[in-house]
Design a protein around this ligand. Structure first.
Ligand SMILES: *[C@@H]1O[C@H](CO)[C@@H](O)[C@H](O)[C@H]1NC(C)=O
Ligand SMILES: *[C@@H]1O[C@H](CO)[C@@H](O)[C@H](O)[C@H]1NC(C)=O
Ligand SMILES: *[C@@H]1O[C@H](CO)[C@@H](O)[C@H](O)[C@H]1NC(C)=O
Ligand SMILES: *[C@@H]1O[C@H](CO)[C@@H](O)[C@H](O)[C@H]1NC(C)=O
Length: 440
């Protein structure tokens, strides 16, 4: 496996690239060259965003006048679905310059009947604060958000507010894409639906469909709750791709999101061969993901991403990932996949659910999942195509904007919605790269 020397500004890398018939030198390209095609895409994006925002506004007004859904759906819906119709799914997975292997015929495992409940069995939130802690002096010395985390650490499952039991209904889903999102980031969800999160009836090579879901909690600020909740309900009515649970969407509650998703998968999507789980600010190349999966077996212990080995808990209090020793006293974490995105086999995900149930919740979700993998004795696999820290760790490096690199990656962190749309347009457009990378 050779991915080229992408972390360094390698002189053997791309010397030029072509877009719409124009040749751009790669190394000394001025930023302005990239901007021309980007500007057009941005205008289009802006236009779409404005349209959606307007439509959502109309929708909320209609909601507040409490009309029945069928009444308001008659008017704005056809207008909103217009951009969707023009995006035919057939084009975007076809990569004319693909050097990836042709997909083989893949065995899809026979569904294993689920042992547990067949529906979400948590219907009320009945979880009181753990008052035992408040008397302890070590607890009183902690920062407020750690105290909040520990006070409710024993509350593991919450009711589901928006569900899509039908998502894996036909049983023909090959890859389920799930994206961690928060209620206010609808522009990111919109960009993902238009790019790498687009659903597919077939993954090619006789494989099943590609389906996408967004994972949400409730708004963490009271003033956001009422308005955004109505917008979210409307968004879900349009796209049918929101899973929402009744817990606050805070940084430390991301671990709750992890275990809620694993439980959901076990109940509603038990036989899906593969799952991709990612953030809402990454670039994903689904063509490459599917080619990567073509040689994989669903029964493998597949867990692949940007793996951190021997990472140490951060003890500096001003860091977002700071962890006090009372919460974790060992000097290093088990191997885990850095946030951003990872790929796992569905059968492993189901075993992970039960492994996670044996552990106390840990405030950092990626690390927590690494702990669950450790319980199972499964080693996560590192892959060069997952770039959790951008293509080059030097954030100002021009390589982080180089479409030829993105074409050859699986996942790249981190892009704003406009950047994602622009890069998607470049990678899937008239782009010719001077050098092809050998990947598998
Ligand atoms: C690609 O480039 C060719 C000419 O170089 C042009 O005719 C064609 O319209 C372009 N396609 C897209 C999608 O921009
Ligand atoms: C919540 O649980 C406690 C015991 O854990 C029980 O006494 C109480 O009745 C429950 N409340 C509701 C509303 O279910
Ligand atoms: C608090 O302490 C009591 C007695 O030690 C124990 O039974 C109970 O489970 C504890 N509560 C929690 C939430 O851990
Ligand atoms: C997680 O969500 C629960 C339920 O909404 C909430 O009670 C708790 O305070 C949240 N925890 C953190 C650390 O935000």
């Amino acid at each position: 496996m050779w991915w080229g020397h992408l972390d360094r500004e390698d002189p053997r890398g791309w010397k030029w690239w072509i877009l719409n018939g124009h040749v751009f030198p790669s190394q000394d390209r001025r930023a302005g060259d990239l901007m021309a095609p980007n500007r057009m895409l941005r205008k289009r994006t802006l236009y779409k965003s404005v349209c959606l925002a307007l439509a959502l506004l109309v929708a909320v007004t209609v909601f507040q006048r409490s009309l029945t859904p069928s009444q308001f759906l008659q008017e704005p819906l056809p207008l909103l679905l217009e951009p969707l119709k023009t995006q035919k799914p057939s084009g975007h997975l076809v990569n004319p310059n693909s050097f990836w292997k042709k997909p083989n015929n893949v065995l899809v495992p026979t569904p294993v009947p689920s042992q547990g409940p067949q529906t979400w069995d948590i219907t009320t939130t009945n979880c009181s604060a753990n008052v035992n802690l408040t008397q302890q002096s070590w607890f009183q010395g902690l920062e407020p958000h750690f105290r909040q985390f520990l006070t409710y650490r024993h509350c593991r499952y919450f009711p589901i507010l928006m569900n899509h039991p039908e998502k894996c209904g036909g049983g023909d889903v090959y890859l389920l894409i799930v994206v961690k999102s928060v209620i206010t980031q609808h522009d990111r969800r919109e960009a993902i639906r238009q790019t790498w999160g687009r659903e597919w009836e077939t993954a090619g090579g006789g494989r099943g469909a590609v389906r996408t879901l967004f994972l949400l909690g409730t708004a963490s600020k009271q003033e956001e709750r009422t308005h955004y909740q109505q917008l979210l309900a409307y968004e879900d009515r349009l796209y049918g791709d929101i899973l929402q649970w009744d817990f606050l969407d805070s940084f430390f509650n991301l671990t709750l999101k992890e275990i809620h998703f694993l439980k959901w998968l076990d109940i509603y999507c038990p036989s899906v061969p593969f799952v991709f789980k990612g953030d809402d600010d990454v670039f994903v190349n689904p063509t490459n993901l599917l080619e990567f999966l073509a040689d994989r077996q669903p029964q493998e212990n597949l867990f692949v991403g940007d793996i951190l080995q021997h990472a140490r808990p951060i003890r500096r209090k001003d860091n977002k990932y700071y962890i006090p020793t009372v919460l974790y006293s060992k000097t290093s974490y088990p191997p885990y996949a850095g946030g951003g995105g990872f790929l796992m086999a569905g059968s492993l995900a189901r075993r992970l659910r039960h492994a996670c149930d044996t552990l106390e919740l840990y405030p950092i979700d990626d690390v927590f999942l690494g702990m669950c993998l450790e319980v199972l004795g499964v080693q996560p696999t590192a892959h060069e195509g997952f770039k959790t820290f951008g293509i080059s760790r030097n954030r100002n490096s021009r390589m982080n904007k180089e479409p030829c690199f993105f074409r050859n990656m699986l996942v790249v962190h981190k892009l704003l919605p406009a950047e994602l749309l622009a890069m998607w347009g470049l990678v899937n457009g008239n782009l010719t790269c001077s050098v092809k990378l050998q990947v598998l």
